[in-house]
Design a protein around this ligand. Sequence first.
Ligand code: IMP
Ligand code: MG
Length: 178
Amino acid sequence: MRNDIEKVLFTEEAIANRVGELGALISEEYAGKEPVLVCILKGSVIFTADLMRSINIPCTCDFIAASSYGDSATSSGNVRIRKDLDSDIEGRHVIIVEDILDSGVTLAHIKGLLSSRKPASLKICTLLEKRTGKKAPVTADYVGFECPNAFVVGYGLDFAEKYRNLPYIGSLKREIYA
Ligand code: IMP
Ligand code: MG
C-alpha cells in the first residue's frame, strides 16, 4: 500500500493533534447541549471514532450513508442516500462529520435533508477541505486541515474502497487512479 502513495500529507501524529483540538473546541462550544455527531459513512468512520473520544461532554452518534463517487476519482454529481439515520434529530444539536469537503455536492445534499428535520442547530465538521472546484454553496464550521488539490487516501478516505486503513493521509500516485 505504501508504494502507491506519492506523498504523506498529514501524519498520524499531526492528525491526532488536530482532532484533539477540534474535540476540545466542540466540547467548549456545546457544553450543556449533548450534540449528536452524524458520521457520513464510510469515509468519516475513523475520524468520527477519534473525534468522539476527544469530546469530553455527553454526545451521541448516528450514521448516514450517501454516494456520489462510485469507484471513480471524480464526482458524478449525483447524491443518493443509501442508509438513513436511525434517530430523530428534531430539536437536537447536530454536527455532521465529514472526511473531505471537495465539490460540496454531497454535504449540501445531506445538510438540506437534515435541516428539513428541524434540528435545534446544524453544523459541519470536516477533517479536510479542498479549496478548489466548489460547485455547491456549503461551508464547514470546523475544518481540520486545508487539503491540496490532489486525490488523497488514508485515515478513512478510500480509492475504490482501498487504503481506508492507512493511519496517515497521503496523495495517491496518479498512475493508480488515472
Ligand atoms: P464532494 O461531494 O465533491 O464534496 O465529495 C465528497 C466525497 O467525495 C467525500 O465524502 C469523499 O468520500 C469523496 N472524495 C472527495 N475527494 C476525495 C479524495 O481526494 N480522496 C478520497 N475521497 C474523496
Ligand atoms: Mg469515498
